[in-house]
Design a protein. Sequence first.
Length: 180
Amino acid sequence: MLDHTAVLFFVLLAGSHYGYLAGSENLEIQKPWDNLSTYLENLPKKIELPPPKFRLIGSRYFYIEQQIEQNWTTAASTCREMGGYLAAIKDEEEAQAIIARLTPFVFYYVGINDHEEKGSFVSLASGKPAFLKWSKGEPDYVFHDQNCVSIFNFNDNDEGLMVGPCSNKHTFICQADVEI
């Protein structure tokens, strides 16, 4: 009997606290998490700092991996683990600032792909169409599995984006935001 009394007391206490026993059909029932959601929405927004290892290039933060080579999917996962996304470039100015920091003759994966529709290149981070500064002759679909984009610098003779198989292993570039 004591157990049933304790349960009944708890139900009455909880019900009256959350408005379940208000006695009016017109009152909105308050869920326990409503107050928390409202509280969290009203907190001042924290200033977003870039993830560790990310550096300001132009107006955004990037991390350029110079040593480790991974396939496109693994590179995307590594960027997420670091707090970012495989990078997409927003404009010509940003492309030049990034290319200037790349080791010549090295391919770097970026977060641009045409997995959904061949020839329709979008950013992995935002799903938006990507800025495309193609290298000479690109995109060139030599193989059927070419859906992932990399960027390179061939010492000013040729620089820009190239489409290739996602299974190739390259170094990569991460971005800290979802702007592009």
